[in-house]
Write a protein that binds this ligand. Structure first.
Ligand code: NAD
Ligand code: MN
Length: 830
């Protein structure tokens, strides 16, 4: 080629980054051992696996194939290390994290080349994006280690954390996991993905270099079936943090159900990329390149569904095809290529299979005219048009460079189409009309929304989704809570005050696993006896004397603001503390729960109202409860046999609690982040949606109020199953709710058998979260059932909570469970 040719074609020359230093580094060290207690140890199996370079299909190095014996050793090392690391002052932990960040930067070139070689992604991405973000994550969390004591008072580390990561961003996912875990004082056993362990092993060297105490970080390589499963099941692991596919996430939810292990899941996505007709189309084209061809589309939040306003669709598709024709695919170490290789032959097959299915189902496929290199695992950028919204390729995560496009006419249609997915991870909106974009953003069901940008990340802004995209956030302050628990939870059950519950009839479940304390009988002397005398002498619950028999009042269920008969037509008896029947409540069933969920959905306008209005209604509920204070106290005495003074305290605390959440309603607010870009990230605290609430047996009124008030304060609507043994306080609230201007359907109450009803709620596809305060086994059942649509759960595992105590019974924990953070990225500038 002569100078004139080059001038004409403007063809790039090759600009390869040298692989030699990385290859030399590998050669010196392999076969790699496992990194346990800051030492390299041989795997128990004596076996090793090849790590392949996807661009050449040739082996790069051998890594250890660990098994459960090795996992045991790593967990034991982490446990021992935790005893001191968990007590290490935040400032000391901050120094270590800071040192790690510095060392990442010092080794950035080697890390970038290693990552490109091992994963097949372009050096441009590893050098300019992955590795800088890794360093940023450690710096950011060094700061949280420093501030933990003052900014997260009352919280403690969880303990030993098992972390499992995928291959698409090997070192970045490691950083997202390890940085917050160490910052909060936990120790770690990390399993890299089978195909991409090499940068994690380089990271292990950095751990040694900075002198992190042995056992704080352990890295165990190998197969999912050997290492991943052993880690998930390990009884001495306190939390599992997982990033990967939805199927595996679901199975981890099931395996850990009832174990009390904390769990965070970052799963798949099928994110919409919405283009309105006033968008800047040239920016859109570059946005699409970043959305779906970045990292060969192997990105959980890839903008894989292009939704275009109808009138500009043809123009945009034409522009896109022109751009695709110019994309360069090839050696990942070439600095001038756009796309590298697919990580493995298995992934390549899967992409080919889904693309073939797309064609078979009738969509139009378009690929550039040039051919891919043939010596590695390459797949060209691919665009589908004429895609039906229900087509496989429109619904299933392809995890490759494949874009499907659909059209819409109106903003409402755009939102409906965008939300037509099981996933809730990310979305981007393109329009020059900022009012339109900011109106659309909150309506998109996703954890992250990018306005006129895409695939932006920063440690300050939490990342994560909901439903089949998992739960929990990584980054931001919200991400820290995945790695801590309230300090009071460690207090043993016996030191927590539980109300004294005299023996309940055998047919009824007792309170959630807590044993009534021995002096129950002495405590329910006095006023209780007086109260019973009153009733037996013809006084009603309020103490008025009457010669007439009382009018029977059988509470029904409370659905859509109305008292409705249970579908079953059955009632169940409610007993007093002596086993005498004091009333009946409706025996709710599956159908009642379905109706309640439907009503709760229909009331979603509650979230759109002003926080001022919601606060007013909570105050009003408190006011109406206060009017009937004595009546409620007597009802508690009647059901539980507790002393009147204790019952009165429960009512008083319930009223105070309503005031607390009325106060919080317009004060538990989001944040504005300033990541390194010209713009802002709006971290909005959004309601979960419909929350199922199974109330504890103890504190029949306070347990109910303590859970319902924060949920509705934050804009959720609820389906509540009251205390099974003592449901009358909740049913007495019907009138309180009816007279407090609460819109119909915001609170729905179904009485009956708590565990059976909870199960129905937990399985329900239209419920977004399930709270359960009951037995240990019931908790396990809820976590199992939740795996269907991957709803978030909050369960007690049968541990008691002192509902009277303001630390355990109210506050931030409840508000956090009622909300999730949505980060909306809004860049500035023309
Ligand atoms: P994968 O679920 O197969 O594997 C992820 C990790 O889990 C690997 O380390 C694997 O070895 C391990 N693993 C597999 N089965 C396991 C089991 N039964 N028990 C314990 N561990 C097990 O996913 P992948 O193919 O490696 O990654 C691609 C998927 O990850 C995509 O679906 C993508 O959407 C998702 N992902 C999500 C995010 C996010 O932040 N939400 C980020 C990256 C990737
Ligand atoms: Mn590899």
């Amino acid at each position: 080629m002569n100078v004139m040719d080059i001038f004409e074609t403007m063809e790039y020359g090759p600009a390869p980054e040298a692989a030699t230093p990385a290859l030399a580094w590998l050669k010196e060290r392999q076969p790699f051992g496992l990194f346990i207690n800051n030492q390299w140890v041989k795997p128990a199996s004596g076996k090793y696996l090849d790590s392949i370079s996807p661009a050449s299909a040739k082996p790069l190095a051998q890594v250890a194939a660990a098994n459960s014996t090795d996992v045991d050793a790593a967990v034991a090392a982490a446990r021992t290390a935790f005893t001191s690391w968990g007590q290490t002052p935040g400032h000391v932990r901050a120094r270590y994290l800071y040192a790690i960040a510095r060392h990442i930067q010092k080794h950035s070139r080697l890390l970038a080349v290693l990552e490109s070689l091992d994963n097949g992604k372009s050096i441009r991405e590893t050098r300019d994006l992955d590795i800088p973000l890794v360093a940023r994550h450690f710096y950011y969390h060094a700061g949280w280690a420093q501030l933990m004591a003052s900014e997260l008072p009352g919280y403690e580390p969880v303990g030993v954390v098992g972390q499992i990561i995928p291959w698409n961003f090997p070192l970045l996912m490691l950083a997202w996991k390890i940085a917050p875990a160490l910052a909060m004082g936990n120790t770690v056993v990390l399993k890299p993905a089978r195909y991409t362990s090499l940068t994690a092993l380089k990271f292990a060297e950095i751990v040694q270099e900075v002198g992190l105490p042995p056992g704080v970080v352990n890295i165990v390589t190998g197969e999912a079936s050997q290492v991943g499963e052993a880690l998930v099941k390990h009884p001495d692991v306190n939390k599992i943090a997982f990033t990967g596919s939805t199927d595996v996430g679901r199975s981890i939810r099931r395996v850990t159900a009832g174990s009390g292990k904390k769990l965070s899941l970052e799963l798949g996505g099928k994110s919409p990329f919405i283009v309105f007709d006033d968008a800047d189309l040239d920016s859109v084209v570059e946005g699409v390149v970043d959305a779906i061809w970045f990292n060969q589309g192997q990105v959980c939040c890839a903008g894989s569904r292009l939704l275009v306003q109808e009138d500009i669709a043809d123009r945009l598709i034409t522009k896109l095809r022109t751009r695709m024709e110019k994309l360069r695919i090839g050696d990942p170490l070439d600095k001038a290529i756009d796309m590298g290789a697919i990580v493995s032959p298995g992934q390549l097959n899967e992409i080919q299979r889904l693309v073939a299915q797309g064609v078979e189902e009738g969509a139009t496929m378009w690929q550039p005219s040039w051919a891919c290199p043939t010596d590695g695992y390459f797949f060209p950028p691919t665009l589908f048009t004429n895609v039906a919204p229900a087509a496989t390729i429109a619904q299933v995560e392809i995890f490759g460079p494949v874009l499907v496009s659909m059209t819409f006419r109106t903003p409402t249609e755009a939102v409906a189409l965008a939300n037509n997915t099981r996933y809730r991870l990310a979305a981007s909106v393109w329009s020059e009309n900022i009012n339109l974009a900011l109106d659309i953003a909150p309506k998109l069901k996703a954890g992250t929304v990018w306005v006129n940008c895409t695939n932006m990340f920063d440690a300050s802004s939490g990342f994560g989704g909901y439903r089949e995209s998992g739960y929990g956030r990584e980054g931001g302050k919200e991400g820290l809570y995945e790695y801590v628990r309230p300090g009071w939870e460690k207090i043993t059950a016996s030191t927590i005050a539980t109300p004294t519950t005299p023996t309940t009839p055998a047919t009824l479940a007792t309170s959630n696993g807590s044993s009534p304390s021995g002096d129950a009988n002495t405590q329910r002397a006095g006023e209780l006896v007086a109260d019973e005398d009153m009733r037996e002498n013809g006084h009603d619950a309020l103490g008025f004397h009457s010669d007439l028999p009382p009018i029977d009042r059988t509470p029904k269920l409370f659905i859509k603001g109305k008292q409705v008969r249970p579908d079953s037509g059955y009632s169940r008896d409610v007993y007093d503390s002596h086993g005498r029947v004091i009333g009946q409540v409706g025996e709710g069933n599956r159908k009642d729960i379905r109706n309640a969920v439907e009503a709760a959905h229909a009331a979603s306008g509650w979230a759109a109202g002003t926080t001022h209005n919601r606060a007013q209604i909570l105050y009003y509920i408190a006011e109406n409860l206060a009017v009937r204070e004595k009546e409620f106290a007597r009802r508690i005495v009647e059901q539980t046999g507790r002393p009147y003074t204790a019952a009165a305290e429960e009512v008083q605390t319930s009223i105070a609690r309503l005031f607390s959440y009325a106060a919080w309603t317009d004060k538990y607010e989001g944040a504005v982040h300033r990541p390194p870009l010209r713009g802002v990230v709006l971290a909005m605290k959004e309601q979960m949606g419909v929350i199922g609430v199974a109330c504890p047996d103890e504190y029949p009124l306070l347990g109910f109020i303590s859970l319902v008030a924060p949920a509705i304060a934050m804009g959720n609507t609820v389906v509540v199953i009251p205390s099974q043994s003592d449901p009358l306080c909740a049913t007495d609230c019907y009138q309180v709710l009816e007279t407090s201007d609460l819109p119909a359907g915001v609170v729905n109450i179904v009485t009956g058998e708590r565990d059976a009803l909870s199960q129905v709620v937990a399985e329900h596809d239209d419920v977004d979260a399930m709270w359960y305060f009951g037995t240990a086994d019931g908790s396990r059942q809820i976590e199992l059932a939740s795996a269907g649509n991957m709803k978030r759960t909050w369960v007690s595992y049968g541990h008691p909570r002192n509902w009277l105590d303001s630390v355990q019974g109210e506050g931030e924990e409840f508000l956090r469970e009622s909300t999730q953070v949505k980060n909306i990225w809004v860049p500035y500038g023309e």
